[in-house]
Design a binder for this molecule. Structure first.
Ligand SMILES: NC(=O)c1ccc[n+]([C@@H]2O[C@H](COP(=O)([O-])OP(=O)(O)OC[C@H]3O[C@@H](n4cnc5c(N)ncnc54)[C@H](OP(=O)(O)O)[C@@H]3O)[C@@H](O)[C@H]2O)c1
Length: 264
């Protein structure tokens, strides 16, 4: 049995993971954390209709109590929240599955350094298994001639706070790695001719789209377009629980990726 504490339990992603974990054999939800101002703090997960469980929803002031009996802490919150929460969890020696995105590069590396020597943790900007296979497939595009231009288009629901998505940023880092791009252009307006040394990332925020990422690699006479579409948030929840199972069996502290989890 893997005992999990879910932070962001009342959010779009956290509540999806929580429901999946409650239904799945081999998992037990022992902690649920929301923001300090959540009006439902103190209510049980049954009261909230999230899960048939007496576990109480708590604020981050009671984080230590919420993770105390957990094997794995699963986070889908905000970068501000995790700058405080993650060090507490790591100091308590609890394993981590980190889904929260939107950190500055500096904050992310500081957090990773802090955690890496204490506990095993899986950090992934996207837990969908297909997206992680896409990360791998992408490197075969390096065979394309130098003159080919690469762009990324990502679409998400209008409630998403950060842009570009963490997944688009990772796709961009992989492409920039083999193309040698040093600059990224985020959208265009007015006179804005494309230069050969830049990557282009376009973000769309509309309706309830769970997540679409498209990589465009265009030459003068042909274009390759590779698209990944998530039909439902359950795809991320499934991947996060898969990562939780993997990290539960991992004894060596360190920050791992879905590549490690999937053996890619
Ligand atoms: N890695 C992936 O596969 C993946 C997939 C989808 C989304 N994401 C990322 O996951 C994160 C959450 O996305 P979402 O759409 O679920 O956002 P959301 O609906 O806004 O949920 C955010 C949650 O964080 C909670 N929260 C805020 N401050 C907190 C704190 N100090 N301690 C504990 N919880 C706190 C909020 O509580 P209240 O309800 O009380 O405000 C809410 O439950 C984002 O960074 C998003 O980009 C990752």
């Amino acid at each position: 049995m893997i005992r999990v504490c879910i932070a962001g339990a009342t959010g779009r992603m956290g509540s999806t993971v929580l429901r999946e974990a409650c239904l799945r054999e081999g998992f037990e939800v022992v902690g649920a954390v929301a923001s300090p101002n959540n009006p439902n703090i103190g209510k049980t997960l049954s009261d909230l209709g999230l899960c048939d469980s007496d576990v109480e929803l708590v604020g981050p002031d009671r984080l230590s109590e919420a993770v105390e009996n957990a094997d794995v802490y699963i986070s889908f919150t905000t970068p501000e929240a995790e700058k405080n929460n993650l060090p507490v969890v790591a100091d308590l020696g609890r394993k981590i599955v980190m889904g929260t995105t939107g950190f500055s590069e500096e904050d992310l590396s500081t957090l990773k350094l802090r955690i890496a020597e204490k506990v095993p943790a899986v950090f992934a900007p996207n837990f969908a298994i297909g997206v992680n296979v896409l990360f791998k497939v992408l490197s075969s595009l390096k065979a394309l001639p130098e003159t080919y231009d690469f762009s990324i288009i990502e679409m998400h629901h209008k409630g998403k706070k950060d842009a570009p998505s963490g997944t688009a940023a990772k796709l961009g880092a992989i492409i920039s790695g083999f193309k040698g791009y040093e600059k990224t252009v985020y959208g265009r307006s007015g006179v804005s001719l494309r230069k050969s040394d830049e990557l282009e990332i376009l973000s769309v925020r509309a309706g309830g789209i769970p997540g679409i990422h498209e990589v465009v690699a265009a030459g003068k006479y042909e274009v390759i377009r590779i698209e990944h579409t998530s039909f439902s948030r359950s795809v991320f929840a499934e991947g996060a629980l898969y990562a939780a199972e993997w990290v539960h069996g991992q004894e060596r502290p360190g920050v791992y990726s879905m590549e490690d989890v999937l053996g890619l």
